[in-house]
Design a protein around this ligand. Sequence first.
Ligand code: GDP
Ligand code: MG
Length: 620
Amino acid sequence: MHVVGTAGHVDHGKSSLVRALTGTDPDRWIEEKLRGMTLDLGFAHLRYDDGVEAGIVDVPGHERFVHNMLAGAAGMELLLLVVAANEGVRPQTVEHLAILSYLNVRRTIVVLTKRDLVEAQALAEAEAEVRAALHGTLAQDAAMYAVSTQTGEGIAELRAAIHELLVALPSRALDAPAFLPVDRVFALAGHGTIVTGTLMQGTVRVGDTLRLDVPARSVRVRSLQVFGSARESAGAGTRVAVNLPGVDAAELQRGALLADPALAANASLQIRFRALPDAHGLLRRRTPVRAHLGAAEIFGTLVLERGLDLRDEVDGVLHLRRAATTYPGEAFVLRALSPKALLGGGTIGPAGAADVAEDAAPDDAAVAHALAESALSPATPAEVAARANVREERAAEILGGLLESGAARRLQKPVAYLDGTAAAALSERIAAILARREAEAPWMLGATSLALSRELPIDEQILLRFLASEADDGRIAARAGYYATVAHHPQLSAEQRTLFEQLVPIDAAQPLTPTALESVVDEMRRARVAGAAQAFDTLVASGALVKVGSDVYRGTQIGEIRAKLEAAIRRDGPITMARFRDAVGTTRKYAVPLMEWFDATGVTIRDGDLRALRKQHGQS
Ligand SMILES: Nc1nc2c(ncn2[C@@H]2O[C@H](COP(=O)(O)OP(=O)(O)O)[C@@H](O)[C@H]2O)c(=O)[nH]1
Ligand SMILES: [Mg+2]
């Protein structure tokens, strides 16, 4: 559904026009009826025989009530710019148009009212005058209809023209996180608090949990009404009334907001800002402003860098006196504090899906864009949803598709996503670094995450998750805390091989006796063989050397000791320390750490003073 809005100078016939189009008098308040003037927003339901329908928001035209006009302006998509044929364009005609140029109006119809008060000649002049006055505004190319609510002239034609534009309007983002600025609050006896507003995006369903702002709290949608009839759900562009249990109407006022909890509240907002040409002189580096966001008016400060050309759209920051929930791309208007002159307007950043593949659906493009924007910072599905302005389930669904096509990469612990292109680029850089390091130092098992994180450079915690995904996908090898290309097999230099054969010798007289680790390390340092320490790590990690307690064995020695141990247990059953010592032919000094090492590595299992083979134990 869509919302039609009125705009124009006071007394030009906006409310009369709404009544003529819908049969509903939008002037709701007794004061309005007594004074014959709209003070606040009015609402009506426009219905056609073929089922097409729209909400109409009627605004006050008096300059003192521009703040009320603004509370209803953001929801308008089809604008009826009302100009009395006998008066022509007046100040609030211009001001309303300027305000709406920053918001969401897509199509405009100029309605010349009070047709019955002017002759044909005067009407033609009025048309030409209005056309000239609207040149350069958003109403410049609008169709123009002359009507009279007194005689009914032109009303049917106007109704038909509105119908034609309504059916051609692009539908609103139903899948986006719900965003409902509250423009009315009231208590209904027996029902509690009702809030109404134009649902700007998303879908609201009975039973949904939404976040209320302000006061911030979680609320449940008990029931919904659209133009007086109960609904299970309502989509973007609908005028909707929401029944909120457990909320005191007295706590709420216009400017409150109901939103999907995925949307964040911030007191500082990145914005794109377009200044009203007349307001350049009022803008400073820091300008106090009233920000009109949704139906709210919030005081704040607009901060623009020095030296910007204000004829262009510029980036800026909007600091608000309170945090406000917004959605990316949300349009807003800024006015000065006093006098309340219009300063300009813009959209909340990030700019949304700008430079993405044209064939992708808008949501897919927004999700892809959100991923691309966060570059190498993994984004959780909830973060992606908030940045892309889609619901989390929708984001998860799209991410699944992107994952399959390679446009996204999934990391674990916690589940988070990277842009596929960024991930592929990182993957290539890692492969290049590994290949280079392996060529330079072939004796190394690979690179540590710390070394890689420094070289890339990239945060080590993120890199670790990325490396795990690389290893899972078989793009790299991960072992003993080192990362290497899949084809890498460490190779010691001839010098290194000779060194370690000497440092960890085999004594022919006592072939199973180890060497003290301390002496290996001391002599290794003294020998000054290039890469010796790294080669030692490789030998240990690959099992060619084995550290047991404070000693070093060759892998072959450990193999022989283990064979003797297993043979003894198979022959005689669970073994004591003394029998193990004798079976291996070693001393107690070496037997104790060896036995503990076999326990620790899962070869044996201890039961009191006896050890059994773990495998055998498991089978019995
Ligand atoms: N003669 C004539 N009077 C009209 C017409 N439309 C509105 N009016 C009168 O103009 C005055 C202002 O109308 P209203 O709809 O309240 O204007 P608004 O302030 O723009 O909402 C009222 O007295 C209406 O009766 C029209 O088409 N012809
Ligand atoms: Mg009115």
